[in-house]
Design a protein around this ligand. Structure first.
Ligand SMILES: [Zn+2]
Length: 299
């Protein structure tokens, strides 16, 4: 019987605990290159992320002149391989980040140091990475012209407050960071995430005409709008289960989790509890639940 996951220390610590429990650190191997979309290459780098994913896609956009989005690997073999791939293709103009989590930003400084390229990210991402020199703050709607492609920064908070997606204006293909996953799940942790904001960002991605989704973890998702609608429906289904688990008397997070996440393996319940708390925050905001002592109940 595996030990429970401990959930203190932010999302990177949560990911580390799940990796330890599931034994899913990836084997050392050279990064796999894939043409994700016209003019966009995915370089799958081994990272300390949330299993079953074991890699973060670093997307290279442009020809001749390039940007690299989310060089997340802290491992020197992966960082060196990425620099080699970039040097074969052209000159790196900037390192872009979708958000501050370690499996996305973990190799940014090393890549900047190796190439001389500056790091650009949302101001809230920069605030969350005080030790990283972020040369330019990107705002919602900004369009970056690089190597024959135009990328629009789209602010999509909810998983992380400074989360940006990058939409290729020619094809609508969207580098989606941790808004959706092609493999595994997206954790909304109340320490830095916010469920209602996340749902609103998923809706906005549909509204602005998102095409294929290029996620940080797993393969390209051809039907982007379909996947976004599926994510919204799944979160709302879980929210209903959490609401249905509430009673007149207060119940603790552990008691609610056992009911609302009965379909999740028990050793992952402490991880599921983080998601549960994010749903409870939203239910309280919606006046559908009340925090009462150490538990929650119906209003
Ligand atoms: Zn993340």
């Amino acid at each position: 019987m595996p030990e429970p996951v401990t959930t203190s220390g932010g999302i990177d610590a949560i990911y580390a605990e799940v990796r330890r429990l599931t034994g899913t650190d990836a084997a050392v191997a050279p990064p796999a290159l894939t043409e994700a979309s016209p003019g966009i290459t995915s370089v799958a780098l081994r990272t300390p992320t949330l299993p079953p994913a074991a890699h973060t896609a670093c997307y290279l956009v442009g020809e001749g002149e390039l940007v690299a989005i989310d060089p997340g690997s802290p491992f020197s073999d992966q960082q060196g391989a990425l620099v080699d791939v970039i040097r074969e293709r052209g000159e790196l103009v900037a390192v872009l980040l979708t958000h501050h989590h370690g499996d996305h930003a973990g190799g940014a400084q090393a890549l900047a140091a190796a190439t001389g390229a500056p790091i650009w990210a949302h101001a809230a991402t920069a605030a969350a990475l005080p030790g990283v020199a972020i040369a330019r703050h990107l705002a919602d709607g900004e369009v970056l012209e690089v190597g024959g492609r135009a990328l629009r920064a789209v602010h999509t908070p909810g998983h992380a407050v400074g989360h940006l997606c990058y939409r290729d204006e020619a094809t609508a293909a969207t580098i989606a960071g941790d808004m959706v996953a092609g493999l595994g799940t997206i954790l909304i942790d109340p320490s830095g995430g916010h469920m209602a904001t996340y749902l609103a960002s998923l809706e906005r991605m549909i509204a602005i005409g998102t095409g294929a989704l290029l996620p940080a973890h797993g393969p390209v998702i051809a039907d982007g709008p379909g996947k976004l609608r599926e994510y919204i429906a799944h979160r709302l289904m879980r929210e209903r289960r959490v609401r249905d688990a509430l009673g007149r008397a207060p119940r603790t997070a552990a008691e609610l989790c056992a009911v609302a996440y009965a379909d999740t393996p028990t050793f992952l319940w402490p991880l599921a509890e983080r998601s549960l708390l994010a749903h409870l925050v939203k239910l309280v905001e919606d006046d559908a639940a009340v925090a009462d002592g150490s538990g929650w109940r119906l209003p």
